[in-house]
Design a protein around this ligand. Sequence first.
Ligand code: NAP
Length: 323
Amino acid sequence: MNDTVMNLNSRIYIAGHRGMVGSAIERCLRANGYHNILGRTSGELDLREQRKVFEFFRKEKPDAVILAAAKVGGIMANMSAPAEFLYDNLMIESNIIHSAYKNKVQKLLFLGSSCIYPRLSPQPMKEEYLMDGKVEPTNEGYAVAKIAGMKLCEMYNRQYGTGYISVMPCNLYGKGDDFDPVRSHVVPGLIRKFHEAKVTDAAEVIVWGTGKARRELLYTDDLAEACLFLLQTYSGNGFLNVGMGMDVTIAELAEMIKEVVGYQGKVTFDKTKPDGMPQKLLDVTRLEEAGWHYKTELKDGLRQTYQWYLDNYNLFNGGGTNA
Ligand SMILES: NC(=O)c1ccc[n+]([C@@H]2O[C@H](COP(=O)([O-])OP(=O)(O)OC[C@H]3O[C@@H](n4cnc5c(N)ncnc54)[C@H](OP(=O)(O)O)[C@@H]3O)[C@@H](O)[C@H]2O)c1
């Protein structure tokens, strides 16, 4: 592999540059002096369309690719559209990885997810536990697609000698998150609920599930730094977990968000709603041995995310005034 691929003049294509992860990676690249960055919205280039993706690569000839485009969502979205989660993600990653190979892209970083691991995996989850059991049924389509994307990278490396890296991040949160009440993940969903309860003086906030499920959460700007670090330094063929290496219960997380938002009411748990996987904690030994460690503590990241929500409040409320 050519170590000069990631130089400051390299032409770097970020697929999904407007998303939470893609935009954090773009901020990180620019802050580190990379300026030759390419991006296309889904309206400009639908990555499910093979011919258009191939043409884009042929014309633009990127040196490196960051694959942060995907159909992403929380439990409700995954359960109501499992076929779309599987199809869209398989198409996006197959089209990009194959076009990258065909157009001699030497470095590519694929964003997977910790939901690739078996539902009842021993904790913390080591990379070698992959496919030792059944994945969580509520996001099976998404998980199967992410396993396929990671395997494509590994097998292209093996057969064609490419240098494609896959990372499996834990749950992420941060600036640019999706605060939509239907689509959102746990952190933005709870921030919005607590904020709305605060401004309407609601007596209680109802949180889905028992509150006992445990989640590991990484601030997206930290993930972006990990991705750049790996693109610059990592040349192994095995995928890497990316996380803090520690987790909290949903009840503890709800308490933290309640405090960050400044809500004074009560928190109750709706035990009729699904918890998802009981625990999702990554073993990050491989990443730490490669030389990377997280920077942002959970409470600090939640504060910054809530501030971002306040600053962008009208984005999520049909153009209303800031709270
Ligand atoms: N969020 C998390 O907690 C989390 C955790 C682990 C891993 N990840 C992984 O990180 C990656 C990015 O996630 P995210 O949270 O940043 O998601 P996101 O905010 O929803 O962004 C996804 C991006 O993908 C693009 N996209 C979706 N379908 C597309 C299509 N058919 N054609 C072209 N572009 C398309 C969208 O582009 P437009 O904006 O132009 O429509 C969007 O910017 C995903 O691979 C995800 O699996 C996320």
